[in-house]
Design a protein around this ligand. Structure first.
Ligand SMILES: Nc1ncnc2c1ncn2[C@@H]1O[C@H](COP(=O)(O)OP(=O)(O)OP(=O)(O)O)[C@@H](O)[C@H]1O
Ligand SMILES: [Mg+2]
Length: 256
């Protein structure tokens, strides 16, 4: 099943075409990676999918429902597409304990009080954190732990899709691998769909089933990850392949 279908999306900021006829499909239980240099339109695409950025034209379907561009996304659909942001120490409210952040997020999603405790515990368990962390403040957590909390927060409403926008870019390489493992296990065990955005192809290649390469708002190439790595069709993809950083492979990665 296609959980997200983006077709012919366009978005301009003045003279700049941030998205120029971009199409993308995210399937249940699969990960689609979005790569491209800074300014290529990755976050604009991610924000459009989350209903946070109104495109000028094109169409967006979530779980088969056509989303009216610029309209308010129905609460149920908003709940099913969740963001894992770049730096959790900036996006988690420093004045709130983990518990309060999770509660706040669940309240916004209309989740009943009686359900919140169990959901919070479940979500923390999904990222391998004990309930002890409910009482921690973001400032007391390392980058990797804070990012797990941010992932748990994204998971509390049982979403179908996580949109990860540079979700590991602020972390050290070793911690990046841990967080990527958490995400790929979730994707496998819970049939989650991931839209995984990064400027670094090395981060995307281990976790993605498919990759879409963006350049200046346009899709230059899209395909199965192995095909893109083995035989890139576009010279820009070849450049990105050459520029990628060394990255520790995921656990269970047979190419490791
Ligand atoms: N709110 C905005 N107002 C004006 N221009 C914007 C706005 N948001 C994005 N842009 C422009 O649109 C283009 C695409 O930006 P976007 O943030 O989507 O790129 P990106 O691929 O996410 O880059 P990065 O890797 O740096 O995060 C850039 O030229 C950017 O300057
Ligand atoms: Mg961005």
């Amino acid at each position: 099943m296609n959980v997200i279908e983006v077709a012919h999306l366009c978005k301009r900021f003045g003279k700049i075409a941030a998205l120029d006829d971009v199409s993308l499909v995210a399937r249940q239980g699969m990960t689609v990676g979005i790569v491209g240099e800074s300014g290529s339109g990755k976050s604009t695409l991610a924000r459009a999918v989350l209903g946070l950025q109104r495109p000028d034209s094109g169409s967006l379907r979530i779980l088969g429902h056509e989303i009216v561009l610029g309209g308010r996304m129905p609460r149920e659909l908003r709940r099913s597409v969740q963001l894992v942001p770049q730096d959790p120490r900036h996006t988690l409210n420093p004045a709130r304990t983990v518990q309060r952040s999770l509660w706040f997020h669940m309240a916004a999603q209309g989740i009943r009080r009686a359900e919140r405790k169990a959901r919070a515990h479940d979500a923390l368990a999904m990222v391998a954190l004990t309930p002890d962390y409910l009482h921690a403040y973001p400032g007391e957590l390392s980058g990797g732990l804070a990012q797990r909390v941010a992932i748990a927060r994204a998971l509390v409403g049982d979403p179908a899709v996580l949109v990860c926008d540079e979700a590991v870019s602020a972390l050290d390489k070793g911690v990046q691998a841990q967080v990527l493992n958490v995400l790929s296990e979730l994707q496998r065990d819970r049939r989650l769909s991931l839209v995984f955005v990064s400027h670094d192809l090395a981060v995307v290649e281990h976790i993605s089933d498919e990759i879409t390469v963006l350049r200046r708002g346009r899709v230059v190439e899209t395909g199965a990850t192995q095909d893109i790595l083995r035989a890139p069709k576009d010279p820009y993809t070849t450049e990105l392949l050459a520029a990628r950083t060394a990255h520790p492979p995921l656990q269970g990665d047979e190419e490791g």
